[in-house]
Each structure stands twice: as structure tokens, then as C-alpha cells.
Design a protein around this ligand. Sequence first.
Ligand code: G1P
Length: 302
Amino acid sequence: MSPKIQKVRKAVFPVGGLGTRFLPATKALPKEMFPIIDKPLIQFVVEEALAAGLEELIFVTGRGKDSIENHFDIAFELERTLQDRGKLHVLEEVRACSLEPGCATYMRQQEPRGLGHAVWCARHLVRDEPFAVLLADDLILGGRAPAISELLDLYYQEGSHVVSVMEVPKEQVSRYGILEIEERRGLVCSAQSITEKPQPEETSSRTAVIGRYILSPKIFPFLGRQILGSNGEIQLTDALAATLQEGTPLRGVYSSGRRFDCGLREGMVQATLFCALQEPTLEPSVQEILREWEQEMQEKTA
Ligand code: G1P
């Protein structure tokens, strides 16, 4: 690491969204607490951040999101009961979720005004340090390393803004921040520009940002301008585009993991199936039921 490049210690988790795609489930339950089998989405990204060596976790929450805070707290009565009942294995898992004292901060976004606004809300906690942003909707599993570590490796070489990317089908570009690529070398690309949710006819690129970012605090003044972008929201992508124009390079790293879009119903189903098939205690019964259903379908259509 060049002596000029600061260590990344802080991770921001924007978790204030309303989760409208999942109503009515999200009426009283934060989307980030939806489980993939028995682990909430937010726990996956928190574990990813901790595995990558990030130390200070900043959750940008909203009203009705208290269960996220509770999830990472000590559940004294529950732990006591599990201990008394000798359920030591479960107790260990429950304990493993509680975060080390003093390493998590929760603050409210107050109004859902977009991802850029959520990140800007964390500015007084991030202060003058580079930081990571992890979106719980983007579940990235099975890579060579935790997805955010792949970005950190490049950040430490270059000190630029770094995002995770993947190629998406043309008809899906309007769901993502899209990078126009200047140059690609192996798994790393340099962006010429970045646009939030372009229409397929507005870009020939299919290189999409998937919910992992390493950012410099230089991004905050741009976010602070509160310029409304796509969908009438303050977009992180627009601030990345502005910092790129002013000379902060933006690199993309093609993630080696498998990414599930858990902001969509089909992504949740796929992630659940993927995890069930990886889990030795579930895999045989899931395979069996899938075979049975397929046979039933074939019989019906025969
Ligand atoms: C957000 C970002 C977008 C990014 C996407 C990845 O969009 O604004 O640039 O590509 O996450 O999931 P959202 O999914 O919140 O609409």
C-alpha cells in the first residue's frame, strides 16, 4: 500500500429503503431482515465486511428498522434460555451475530431520498477517511474472497474509487449504474463515465455496478449538492460521475462471486435455492422435491 493511501476501516450499510417491491411483507419487517433460509440479508453483508477487516460499521436506517439494531445486539433473555436448555450450538450462532461493543453506529436517514442521500447522511461518522459501502440487496456468494475484499485490494494499489461490476443482459441495463469502459485488463476496468439506469438504447455498455463500493470522502461535497437524478432521487452514481470528471479515477472489479439480486422476488428465490443446495442437511430433500415437481409438470404437459 502506498504510504499516501489511507486504510479503509469504515463500512456504510444503507438500510433505510422502504422495500416496496416486497409489500405487504415489508409493511412491518425491514427488507434487510428477510432471511435466506435462516440468515438475514443484512447479516451476510456484515459478515462480508468483517471478514474483509472493516472495523467500524455504520448503518443508515429509517423508521421501522429497529429489528436490524436488535439483531446485532446481545439478546440476554434468549441467550439465557438457550443456555439453560443446553442448546449450546444455537447459542453459539446467536452470540456470533452480536457485534463487538462500540463498533456499530445506527443513524436515521429520515426520508428515503435515494442511495446518494443515504451515504451522505453518514458523512459526520465517516469524516475524512475512505470507506466501503455495501448494499444488502446484492448478495454475492462463493467468490475467491469476500466481494468487498476484491475491491480493497485494488483500492490499496491505486487509491481510486472502486466498484464491483458484472455484465448484464442489454434489457437489464436500465436497472443499474452502468460504466462506459475505457480499458479492461483482466478483471479490472477503468471507467470513462458512469450513468444511473440508462435506457438500453442510450448505452452500448453492459457493465453494471453491483452494490459494493470503496469511496473517498471527496464524494461528500458532490452528494451534498443534493442534485436529483434518476427516479427523482439523489444518486450515488451521479456523484461518482462528477468526481470522475474532476479527476478521481473510477475502477470496476468484475466480481468472482455469484451475485443474487435480492431486491427482486426472483433473486430471493434463487439465493434461497442456491444456499439450500450448498447446505448438506437440506440439499438431498431439496433435490428430491425438485425432481418430483419436474416429473409432475412433465406428466401434466404430456
Ligand atoms: C442501486 C444503485 C445502482 C446499482 C444498484 C446495484 O440501485 O443506484 O447504481 O447498480 O444499486 O444493485 P437500486 O437497486 O437501489 O435501484
